[in-house]
Design a protein around this ligand. Structure first.
Ligand code: GRF
Length: 193
């Protein structure tokens, strides 16, 4: 993925469904002097998403969409992304699966963060599965989004050691710390900076 022209920052939308801690770390990253991105839009499917607070704090536009009619919703989102000249979409704890058509419209410009060392443990409950599988390590992955769930090209991963005492909750906390470091680095790598 190439960076946009000149020294202008790449307009980015972050899609969230929950706490938004990755969103917060991406906002921090975007505020760094030499950051290649600006975060211009936050999209959620969940009006109760705690992460929406960061829209208020940092004065970023937020939009909530009800995904009951998925096709129609995606059309509306695509319209908004184009209207706001968004060139990069970062999924960060976004719990809806985007359609092939949506992905095609934003081909190569959608990234996702997943809390496992892909290709291991695609989908949900990754921490439970890593622990019950007696894995020594887990971690997080940032990858390009393609039409297959959690299967696009891997950009970067951070590894975390699983200790005998770890529960899904403690493991998730350890991995989140790494996620917050990984996503900005992966964006730089995806933009070939
Ligand atoms: C993260 O673990 C992310 O990898 C997963 O959902 C969680 C979202 O956390 N897809 P947050 O909303 O960014 O705090």
């Amino acid at each position: 993925m190439a960076r946009s022209t000149g020294s202008k920052k790449l307009k980015t939308a972050v899609f969230i469904s929950g706490a938004g801690s990755n969103l917060k770390s991406l906002i921090k990253f975007s505020k760094l002097k030499n950051s290649p991105i600006s975060i211009n839009l936050i999209i959620t499917n969940n009006p109760k998403s705690e992460g929406l607070i960061y829209g208020k704090i940092f004065k970023i536009k937020t939009k909530t969409f009800n995904f009951k009619k998925k096709n129609l919703t995606e059309k509306k989102i695509l319209f908004d992304l184009k209207k706001d000249k968004i060139n990069l979409v970062c999924l960060a704890g976004f719990m809806k699966i985007l359609s092939k058509n949506f992905i095609k419209n934003f081909n190569g410009k959608i990234l996702n963060i997943h809390p496992s060392l892909l290709p291991k443990f695609k989908g949900l409950n990754t921490h439970e599965r890593a622990i019950s599988n007696k894995e020594k390590y887990s971690g997080c992955t940032v990858h390009f989004v393609n039409s297959k769930l959690d299967s696009g090209k891997i950009i970067l991963q951070n590894k975390v050691k699983i200790s005998k005492k770890d529960t899904p909750k403690t493991l998730s906390k350890k991995i989140l710390v790494q996620e917050h470091k990984l996503y900005p680095k992966a964006i730089l790598k995806a933009l070939k900076l």
